[in-house]
Design a protein around this ligand. Structure first.
Ligand code: ARG
Length: 349
């Protein structure tokens, strides 16, 4: 069983992992306003609505020094013809190259990094940049979708459904040379990755997941096992052999659409609020979170301003709890409050 919580943090500080050492005190926030990994406009406004929902204030309350790096400035390449069926390959490739450089520099400078998307194609650059600094990282992908289509298996041609295929060494011979992506080579093995929350897997993706023996937890698995057991198995799978940096790539569509309606590819039957937050609390408790992405908040797709605000606030909650915000204090005082305990006992009778 992997070590977690204060003990793992103590061990880690004693072992002095270079990728993590000075990380705990400093959090950097990087906006990536980008939408060409899919066809719906609006997801490029994700960083703004997440900031407007109070992200920086919330993180400042958590005892870090916060460095807001602002937003990257992406260029949309003209006449970016599809390659095979892949849409906007050069634009997505160039944006991810820029993300990769920025993430690598931030991690190299000792920050824990939060990347605000933008669509999920941006994880190609985010995880690649992280891997440049921390080649032994592991990846936790929380999402309704596996995003592991190759250009051949993709039903849509959208690159936000394909980022993981760019990362995996085992898929290298299935990936054509897509224009815009010559800067990156696969850097992860299928053992370094766990999915949580899946419920919309394309046939080609299912084949890849099974073929490579990737550890994944669908929503049905969450139903059967409970989120506590899912996290135990997931973290054990990634960390039992060695403690190493975690990259969390969190797509807001992992949540049920009733909680996160403002997103481009919602799928019914998603995570509850507590299930999603429990995932992030457990990741925080490892002491190993190094980079996280929060992607696919699209303010133009909410039915009304309240729906957009709810989705953005949820994104803030996910980020804050990944970085240690907790309601434990409130719970501890309930546990210690004898009158509450008495009530509970009476209710049991
Ligand atoms: N990051 C996302 N929202 N991905 C949705 C992907 C949908 C579909 N599987 C596709 O490949 O097009």
């Amino acid at each position: 069983m992997a070590l977690r919580g204060p003990l793992s943090r103590l061990l880690r500080s004693q072992l002095g992992h270079t990728c993590q050492q000075s990380r705990a005190q400093s959090v950097a926030v990087l906006g990536a306003p980008f939408s060409r990994g899919q066809k719906r406009g609006g997801v490029e406004h994700g960083p703004k609505v997440i900031r407007d929902a109070g992200l920086i204030d919330r993180l400042s309350g958590l005892d870090y020094s916060i460095h807001d790096f602002g937003d990257l400035n992406f260029h949309y390449i003209e006449k970016d013809e599809p390659y095979m069926d892949v849409k906007f390959p050069r634009t997505v490739g160039a944006a991810n190259k820029m993300v990769s450089g920025a993430v690598s520099r931030a991690v190299g400078a000792g920050h824990t990094l939060v990347m605000l998307g933008g669509d999920h194609s941006l994880a190609i650059g985010s995880v690649a940049g992280h891997a440049q600094q921390c080649p032994d990282l592991c990846l936790i992908w929380v999402d309704a979708h596996a995003d592991i289509n190759t250009p051949m298996s993709s039903p849509s041609g959208n690159l936000h459904g394909q980022p993981v295929a760019f990362m995996l060494k085992e898929l290298q011979d299935k990936m054509p040379d897509i224009p815009g992506f010559s800067w990156t080579k696969p850097f992860l093995t299928s053992r370094d990755l766990v999915y949580i929350g899946l419920r919309d897997i394309d046939p080609g993706e299912h084949h890849i997941l099974k073929d490579l023996g990737i550890q994944y937890f669908t929503m049905r698995d969450v139903d059967r096992l409970g989120i506590q057991r899912v996290m135990e198995v997931a973290l054990d799978h990634l960390l039992s052999r060695k403690q190493r940096p975690i990259h969390l790539s969190f797509d807001v569509d992992a949540f049920d659409p009733s909680l996160a309606p403002a997103t481009g590819t919602p799928v019914n039957g998603g995570l509850t609020y507590r299930e999603g937050i429990y995932i992030t609390e457990e990741i925080h408790n490892t002491g190993l979170l190094s980079v996280m992405d929060l992607v696919e908040v699209n303010p133009t797709l909410g039915a009304n301003p309240e729906a957009v605000q709810a989705t953005a606030l949820l994104a803030v909650d996910v980020i804050a709890s990944s970085l240690g915000q907790t309601r434990e204090g409130a719970r501890a005082s309930i546990d210690q409050n004898p009158s509450v305990k008495d009530d509970t006992e009476q209710l049991c009778l």
